[in-house]
Design a protein. Structure first.
Lengths: 407, 185
């Protein structure tokens, strides 16, 4: 290799952004086209620094908007390179049109989505509004709860997305600031081990292969559009989760760190549980352990892969639970909440008698405290004891003013 | 669990200081966390940064904290803001100021009866590093008050963290750390 390797310590203290940038360096991305936006900026800054310092053979394309950033990534991926970028919030919203192009053209781009609220009002802090905005775009969506996981899932995302049976773009979500700017100890792989895991990029239908001309980004009207979309959905439903499980198992072999489509914590004999995403999963785990010390059998379910949704794994995780709280860190703006609906949809045709209630929390970076979670677990236990939901179905946690509850 | 809250102005290096401290502590086998509240703050805006240290993996991501130590690295913030918020009886305060402790307590009555230590990190930084960046001297003062590590071990660890800076700046930081260690009271 014509570039320098970096000596890493067994434990590095990195924030989630730097962890993602390091994974992008180790995967030797050919092209990053990016338009920086808070809080994801240090990821592409990091890549640019590594490139300038000779640690990567690649190209950084500066563009005039996030729409152009993803368009550049699409062009580079169609040409036949390993491609990644990063964005957040408003930038992601501007990318949305091109996200559907990327997935429809079956281009394995990795997008680091550092989750941040959507305006208006303008806010740079973390919630899951942007993550939720992308969920019908045909991308695979991973969710990291910590800097270590942001690093690991980047490496995993390339290996899944670029597999020739998959060929779909993947997002790695992490919480803005709470993960992206929080430094913690993590265990990186060596450059050689990380690159060996991700593997050499193997092009497929690449436009720069002039011996085999191909067309990308075609028009199909009613004659073929539905078949293309159906095939894309089929691959998401049938091929992606088995591939992710396989790659998770491969990753465990080299790192000792085990990932699951649905992350269960203390769920084996739990009566009640919360289902959530992002850094809240870890805080909820700590509180659940404290509840158990007080005789309440509490558990936590974290959604590791949001798309494709691990439908049957969610059913399995929740099958014996008496009371479930679905925690959505995005305003449903006139509905029950994404996780509430996904869980209700999964459990509806099963024998589950679980009481399901929904909570909206943490918008615009509002703190989810341990005290909030203690009160929530107690409310779930009250539901389980009463055999019915003792509150309204949807409540808001941590918002000032009169208590808000609906449905 | 050891918890620290930094009061700073954006640009004074609280985040770098918190991350540097976390890095040093991590090398001794402890689990660490360093984070900050930024908002879309401009240079000079009041901000807070945080450290958590524990023997086991830190899973708590709440921003709420009852700190064991409060570091104030901008002299005005001890007076214009309430640095005692969410305090415990045992909270220790290390405050950058050119005032004597008595003058400081008079200027900020909320600090009366608290475990307060003072050191003039701004002057130390100006005289050693040549810029009013009070983060590394604050860590020198912290080593003295907490007794966490031997000062020579700490300075050697900080040399690695600052290694990308010019040697002259690294050396000046070592002098600043030592001076704050010696001068905090």
């Amino acid at each position: 290799m014509a570039f320098d390797k970096m000596e890493l310590r067994d434990i590095e203290v990195w924030d989630g952004n730097f962890a993602a940038a390091q994974a992008m360096r180790q995967a030797q991305i050919d092209v990053v086209a990016a338009y920086p936006i808070t809080p994801s900026t240090p990821i592409v800054e990091g890549y640019a620094q590594f490139l300038a310092d000779g640690y990567i053979e690649g190209e950084f394309v500066m563009v005039e908007s996030e729409h152009a950033a993803m368009s550049g990534c699409i062009g580079a991926a169609a040409a036949g390179g390993r491609v990644a970028t990063a964005t957040s919030s408003q930038g992601f919203a501007l990318m949305v049109e091109t996200l559907y192009q990327a997935s429809g053209m079956r281009l394995p781009i990795v997008l680091n989505l550092v989750n941040r609220a959507l305006a208006s009002p303008l806010n740079v802090n973390g919630d899951h509004s942007d993550m939720y905005l992308g969920r019908d775009s045909g991308w695979i969506q991973f969710d990291a709860y910590s800097p270590q996981e942001a690093y690991d899932l980047n490496l995993i995302a390339f290996k899944v997305a670029e597999d020739h049976d998959i060929r779909l773009p993947a997002m790695v979500n992490q919480d803005g600031f709470l993960t992206s700017h929080t430094a913690q100890g993590l265990k990186p792989l060596s450059d050689d081990a990380a690159y060996a895991f991700v593997g050499e990029f193997k092009p497929m239908n690449d436009m720069l292969d002039f011996e085999h001309p191909v067309t990308h980004g075609v028009q199909t009207e009613e004659d073929w559009h539905f078949e293309h979309k159906a095939r894309q959905h089929n691959d998401l439903m049938v091929k992606v989760l088995p591939k992710i499980k396989e790659v998770f198992a491969d990753f465990e072999k080299i790192s000792g760190r085990k990932y699951n489509l649905v992350e269960k914590y203390d769920m084996d004999d739990a009566d009640i549980c919360v289902v959530c995403m992002g850094s809240s999963v870890e805080t909820a785990r700590e509180v659940a352990s404290e509840m158990r010390a007080n005789g309440i059998k509490a558990g936590v379910v974290g959604i590791r892969v949001l798309r494709p949704i691990p439908f049957f794994e969610i059913i399995e995780a929740l099958k014996d639970i008496k009371a479930i709280a679905a925690l959505d860190r995005s305003s449903p703006n006139g509905a029950a909440g994404m996780l509430f609906n996904e869980i209700a949809g999964a459990l509806f045709n099963t024998d589950s008698k679980a009481l399901l209630s929904g909570y909206v929390y943490g918008l615009g970076g509002r703190d989810l405290t341990k005290a909030h979670l203690v009160a929530l677990f107690k409310e779930l236990q009250a539901n389980a004891d009463a055999g019915k939901i003792t509150t309204q179905l949807q409540q808001f946690i941590g918002v000032r003013g009169p208590k808000l509850a609906y449905l | 669990m050891l918890e620290i809250r930094w009061h700073s102005r954006a640009g004074q290096g609280a985040v770098t200081g918190a991350k540097g401290l976390a890095d040093v502590i991590s090398t001794t086998g402890k689990e660490v966390q360093a984070f900050a509240f930024y908002g879309s703050a401009k240079r000079g805006a009041a901000m807070t940064a945080y450290n958590r240290v524990d023997d086991k993996t830190i899973m708590n991501h709440e921003k709420y904290m009852m700190p064991d130590y409060v570091f104030v690295i901008d002299p005005a913030l001890a007076i214009t803001t309430d640095v005692t918020v969410n305090h415990k009886d045992t909270t220790k305060y290390i405050i950058t100021t050119h005032l004597s402790k008595e003058e400081l307590l008079q200027a900020q009555p909320k600090l009366q009866g608290k475990d307060v230590y003072t050191v003039d990190c701004i002057t130390i930084a100006n005289e050693t590093i040549g810029r009013p960046i009070p983060n590394t001297p604050m860590l020198g003062a912290f080593m003295k008050i907490s007794g966490m590590y031997d000062i020579e071990f700490f300075k050697n660890s900080m040399k690695r963290i600052l290694e990308k800076l010019p040697q002259k700046i690294v050396d000046a930081n070592m002098v600043a750390i030592q001076r704050a260690y010696d001068e905090v009271k």
